[in-house]
Write a protein that binds this ligand. Structure first.
Ligand code: NAP
Length: 322
């Protein structure tokens, strides 16, 4: 086989991508990790991470990601800091393009993640990591014992966050822009049944208050125009995520929200292309679950590449992208 063909190309360098690269390289695969121009994924936006096993005193998100990438390199993966601009999955070996280069691979692990959506307020940016967070599961325990935590949004994530926060705070206030939730009935029922959770309907957050830490939110009722200040120690924004799947559109099956559709945990609609982490998992979204999916994807990629090299597996290539 040609010299420039990698066994496994991993796209994305969050916990899923780094773990996939560690496993693939340690499994004897010639592995390329395309880490992105700003590597590390969402943990780069986090301060202390207290729920990643192995760090009883916690670890800063960026340091955890540096270490994971270093571990991938030490395992033998080549790392480049570039963005993937396109793929061609209609030829085999597959083609992966960055701004200036073209790479070929017997197998691809897509671990490009998903970005939280934000309200877009100046105060939200300023107080990020100081009470404002996109992940209650990650950060609410840092505010254990709070008098009030605010959750913004009306979907399943918002309900999950509210229920999680209710175990840690005296009270939780959900601020939603309509008077009906988008969340599944089961999640709605659980949230409505929890006496610690109250709802502020038809309302949007206009400003997050506080100098160097969150002290409250100012919300405006969209129907009456009235504003009120809700004191709180933390605000969790749960208004959806956007998966980074644009370059795969037309090549891989995506769901209506743009997430990669998988079966058997990590297999995509194209044999030999695997998805790991938040790019396909919209339910759990944890660093440790992403790492777990990265491991599974690499093990499946190794098995696939071995099959190709032995002539047992004949990749079925789609006709073309759109
Ligand atoms: P989502 O379902 O898209 O809900 C986003 C919520 O944020 C909606 O209530 C939306 O309001 C609100 N919103 C959007 N933009 C806003 C803005 N600019 N300002 C204020 N509010 C805004 O997102 P999600 O809750 O993250 O869920 C995404 C997917 O993952 C869903 O398919 C969900 O079922 C799934 N999920 C499942 C679980 C579970 O099964 N346990 C947990 C988490 C997520 P509107 O309702 O007015 O549009």
């Amino acid at each position: 086989m040609e010299q420039d063909v990698y066994d496994v190309i991993v796209i994305g360098s969050g916990p899923a991508g780094c773990t996939a690269a560690i496993y693939a390289a340690r499994g004897g695969m010639r592995t390329l990790l395309i880490a992105g121009v700003t590597p590390g994924g969402q943990l780069m936006l986090t301060t202390i991470v207290e729920n990643f096993p192995g760090f009883p005193d916690g670890i800063m998100g960026p340091e955890l990601m540096d270490r994971m990438r270093e571990q991938a390199e030490r395992a033998g993966a080549e790392v480049i800091y570039d963005e993937v601009t396109g793929v061609d999955l209609s030829t085999y070996p597959f083609v992966v393009r960055t701004g200036g280069q073209e790479f070929r691979a017997l197998s691809i692990v897509v671990a490009t993640g998903a970005a939280s959506k934000w309200l877009g307020l100046e105060s939200e940016r300023r107080l990020m990591g100081r009470g404002v967070s996109g992940c209650a599961t990650c950060d609410a325990p840092l505010f254990r014992g709070a008098k009030n935590m605010v959750v913004v949004g009306g979907g399943d994530s918002a309900m999950e966050y509210a229920l999680f926060c209710a175990n840690l705070a005296e009270k939780v206030t959900v601020v939603h822009r309509r008077d009906k939730l988008r969340a599944s009935r089961a999640m709605q029922e659980r949230a409505f049944a929890n006496p610690k959770i109250t709802f502020v309907w038809d309302s949007v957050v206009e400003e997050i208050l506080g100098e160097d830490r969150v002290t409250g939110v100012r919300v405006r009722n969209l129907k009456t125009g009235e504003t009120q200040v809700i004191p709180c120690e933390a605000v969790f924004i749960a208004i959806g995520h956007a998966p980074a799947t644009e370059v795969f559109r037309g090549w891989l099956e995506l769901d209506e929200e743009g997430y990669i559709v998988t079966h058997d945990y990590v297999k995509t609609s194209v044999e030999g292309v695997f998805a790991a982490g938040d790019v396909h998992d919209k339910k759990y979204r944890q660093a440790v679950t992403a790492a777990g999916f990265g491991c599974i994807a690499a093990l499946e990629a190794i098995r696939f590449v071995e099959g190709v090299k032995l002539g047992i597996v004949k990749p079925r290539i789609p006709a073309s992208g759109s």
